[in-house]
Design a binder for this molecule. Structure first.
Ligand code: ADP
Ligand code: 5GP
Length: 230
């Protein structure tokens, strides 16, 4: 089965890009939707790889011509998913992964209720702050003010976690990568009815995916939510 849509959202700095990059290395037939944005490239980002970087006027033109499946304003900049990528992925027999914010995720779930949504959380507010600072030092871009703004925005974004099918706490990176991969493969198997791998592998995959199901994650979340005063 192809044409599945996976949505992944997270407060900035949670490690979503790190996880997605690892996923892309190991899972076949999964395309990454490269969004359009009006923000400036950061660090080593390249046009057409992480994003298509466009001027505001170009984004407005695409908006008015209904070229976006969804779009939103995040941190004062526009971000949008072009419709054509979904058709392209389907045509190529692939699934599509959308790395989008909570507003975009809501729009996609309205249009494509079968989409599988995953919310990535940091293990605590403190961990999020230190990841944002580490990334900022490495890339030398985000100012202290930007980091504070992202931290404040995180609490608001996290309030949306109950709208997602899966919640993944990105604590130990290797384990989180395994969980994300398990979610993607488990959903593929559920929807196609075709199992790939040994019985043991499938059982391990199911366990990892189930741990992150919205209905199973409750107790793990309490301390995280309280660190964000939610
Ligand atoms: P996002 O895409 O969510 O904004 P990044 O993937 O850029 O976040 O990660 C932010 C920072 O946190 C990076 O420096 C990254 O290397 C680091 N990071 C990601 N996952 C983990 C983890 N599980 N433990 C510790 N640091 C992590
Ligand atoms: P960043 O600037 O850190 O790359 O991304 C900021 C936020 O914008 C992240 O939450 C990211 O998921 C979101 N984002 C990236 N592309 C899109 C998009 O096409 N649509 C929406 N709605 N959000 C996006």
């Amino acid at each position: 089965m192809s044409g599945l849509v996976y949505i992944i959202s997270a407060p900035s700095g949670s490690g979503k890009s790190t996880l997605v990059n690892e996923l892309r290395k190991t899972v076949k037939h999964l395309e990454f939707s490269v969004s359009y944005t009006t923000r400036q490239p950061r660090g080593s980002e390249q046009n057409g790889r992480e994003y298509y970087f466009v001027k505001r006027e170009e984004f407005e033109r695409m908006k008015s011509q209904n070229e976006f499946l969804e779009y939103a304003e995040v941190f004062g900049e526009y971000y949008g998913t072009a419709r054509c990528f979904l058709e392209k992925a389907k045509g190529a027999g692939n699934d599509l992964l959308l790395d989008i914010d909570v507003q975009g995720a809501r729009q996609i779930k309205e249009k494509l209720p079968q989409a599988i949504s995953i919310f990535v959380l940091p293990p605590s507010r403190q961990a999020l702050e230190s990841r944002l600072r580490r990334r900022s030092r490495a890339e030398g871009v985000d100012s202290d003010q930007v980091i504070q703004r992202r931290l404040n925005a995180a609490s608001k974004e996290i309030e949306n976690y109950p709208n997602y099918d899966y919640v993944l706490v990105n604590d130990q990176l290797e384990y989180s990568i395994d969980q994300l991969k398990a979610i993607v493969l488990y959903e593929r198997m559920q929807r196609s009815g075709k199992a790939e791998g040994s019985g043991e592998e499938l059982a391990a995959q199911r366990k990892l995916a189930q741990e992150c199901r919205q209905e199973n994650i409750g107790p793990r979340l309490a301390p995280i939510l309280s660190s964000f005063a939610i």
